[in-house]
Design a protein around this ligand. Structure first.
Ligand code: COA
Length: 147
C-alpha cells in the first residue's frame, strides 16, 4: 500500500466492482474522461477488473481510499514506457462528495513520488480537457506544466 496524508493507494480487488458501477454511467463524472464515450455494462467492468488485477508491465491501476478504507476512486499509470522512462497518468474520483477536498492532489503526489523514485521514470504526463478547471488546478498544484 502507498500511503499519503489523506489517502492510501492499494491494489484493485473484486469487491471494488460495486463502487465502480456507481459512477461509470454518471455523465457528471465521465464527461471529464476521454475513454468513456458510451454506457458501460457490468460485464465490461468485470473484464476491466480482471485485467487490472493481472500483472501488466505497461499499465497499473490503483484504488484510492480514505484512511478509514472508504473507496474514493482510481489512479493509474498508462503506457508505461520503460525504455524512454515515461508514462501517462489517469485519475478519477468517482464519488463526487470527495471532489475539491485535496484527495486528488494527495493521490497524485503519492503516485508521482513512486514513479520518479521507485520506478525511475523521467517524465509523467497527462491530458485534460480545458473545461475541467478543477483538474487543471489540481495538476498545477502537483507540479505539472502545460505543453
Ligand atoms: C480532477 C480530480 C482528480 C481532482 O481531484 P480533487 O481532489 O477534486 O482536486 P483537489 O481538491 O486536490 O484540487 C482541486 C483544486 O481546484 C480548485 N477547484 C475546484 N473547483 C474548481 C473550478 N470549478 N474551477 C477552478 N478551480 C477549481 C480547488 O479549489 C482546488 O484548488 P485549491 O487547493 O487551490 O483550492 C477530481 O476532481 C476528479 O476525479 N474529477 C472527476 C474526473 C476527472 O476530472 N478526472 C480527471 C480527468 S483528466
Amino acid at each position: 500500500m502507498l500511503k499519503g496524508k489523506l489517502v492510501n493507494l492499494r491494489a484493485v480487488e473484486k469487491k471494488d466492482l460495486e463502487e465502480i458501477m456507481k459512477w461509470v454511467n454518471d455523465r457528471e463524472v465521465t464527461k471529464y474522461l476521454s475513454a468513456f464515450l458510451y454506457p458501460v455494462s457490468r460485464a465490461e467492468e468485470e473484464k476491466f477488473l480482471e485485467r487490472a488485477m493481472s500483472h501488466n508491465d505497461t499499465e497499473k491501476n490503483l484504488i484510492m481510499e480514505t484512511k478509514e478504507g472508504d473507496y474514493i476512486g482510481q489512479i493509474s499509470l498508462h503506457k508505461i514506457d520503460w525504455k524512454n522512462r515515461n508514462a501517462e497518468l489517469g485519475i478519477v474520483i468517482g464519488n463526487k462528495e470527495y471532489w475539491g477536498k485535496g484527495y486528488g492532489t494527495d493521490a497524485i503526489k503519492i503516485l508521482l513520488n513512486h514513479a520518479f523514485n521507485q520506478m525511475n521514470l523521467y517524465k509523467v504526463y497527462l491530458r485534460v480537457f480545458d473545461y475541467n478547471q478543477r483538474g487543471v488546478r489540481c495538476y498545477e498544484k502537483c507540479g505539472f506544466i502545460e505543453e
